[in-house]
Each structure stands twice: as structure tokens, then as C-alpha cells.
Ligand binder design. Structure first.
Ligand code: SF4
Ligand code: SF4
Length: 113
């Protein structure tokens, strides 16, 4: 698994069921080799993050005051809390440590030790 499989918001496409079922193309996959066109992407988080060449919003120095990501993390639903947790984990521990843990998940989010 690779950093390319980490979604901009912290969702992990590498273990996401929806990606495995081929009902989603993943967050960042296919933009680097121009298979997909970022100007057609609907997610504002992704458009902002990829156009700034970040691996995810965890790399962004403006994350704490970013309305786009913080509104997303503030939505109702367990998964949003988990995506925020993933981003915070990456900020503190880096991508390599995140992938070591996330590769054991069965979904786009999961448990930490
Ligand atoms: S919500 Fe947006 S940033 Fe998060 S995985 Fe989906 S497309 Fe990517
Ligand atoms: S400005 Fe917000 S959406 Fe854009 S990369 Fe930074 S945290 Fe992500």
C-alpha cells in the first residue's frame, strides 16, 4: 500500500470496501498519470489538496483554520471523526506509521493501537 491510497481527508482508500467493489475510483488515484481530470472533481477538499501538491490535508499548514476540512470533519457521522483522527495521526507520526496500522483495516478507517 502507498501514500497514493490515502485520501486527502484521511480516508484510507487502500482498505476501503467501496473501492474494492469498484464503485469508487479512490481519492487521488489516476490524477498523477492523467487518467482522471482534477478539473472535473467534485470534492473541494481533494481539488484544493491535490492542486497544492500535498499528499493529504495533513501536510497543510492552514489545516487548523481551513473551513473546508473542518466543516467536513464536523459533519454528523462516525466516519468523519475517524477521518479527522487519521489526519491527526499522520500529522503526529507520519505516513509510514499510518500505513503500517491502516493496512490491517477492513474499511476506509479503523482502530489504532
Ligand atoms: S471526501 Fe474528498 S478528500 Fe475525502 S476521500 Fe473522498 S474525494 Fe478524497
Ligand atoms: S486548505 Fe484545507 S482543504 Fe486545502 S489542503 Fe489545506 S486543509 Fe486541505
Amino acid at each position: 500500500m502507498s501514500i497514493m491510497e490515502i485520501g486527502c481527508c484521511g480516508a484510507y482508500c487502500g482498505t476501503c470496501k467501496v473501492l474494492k467493489e469498484q464503485m469508487c475510483n479512490g481519492c487521488k488515484l489516476g490524477y498523477d498519470n492523467k487518467e482522471r481530470d482534477l478539473s472535473k472533481a467534485k470534492c473541494r477538499i481533494k481539488v484544493c489538496c491535490i492542486s497544492r501538491n500535498y499528499n493529504s490535508c495533513a501536510d497543510c499548514p492552514e489545516i487548523e483554520k481551513c473551513q473546508t476540512i473542518n466543516e467536513f470533519y464536523g459533519k454528523k457521522g462516525y466516519k468523519y471523526t475517524k477521518y479527522r483522527q487519521a489526519t491527526e495521526f499522520i500529522r503526529q507520526n507520519g505516513y509510514e506509521e499510518f500505513i503500517k496500522i491502516a493496512d490491517a483495516w477492513k474499511n476506509a478507517y479503523g482502530k489504532y493501537k
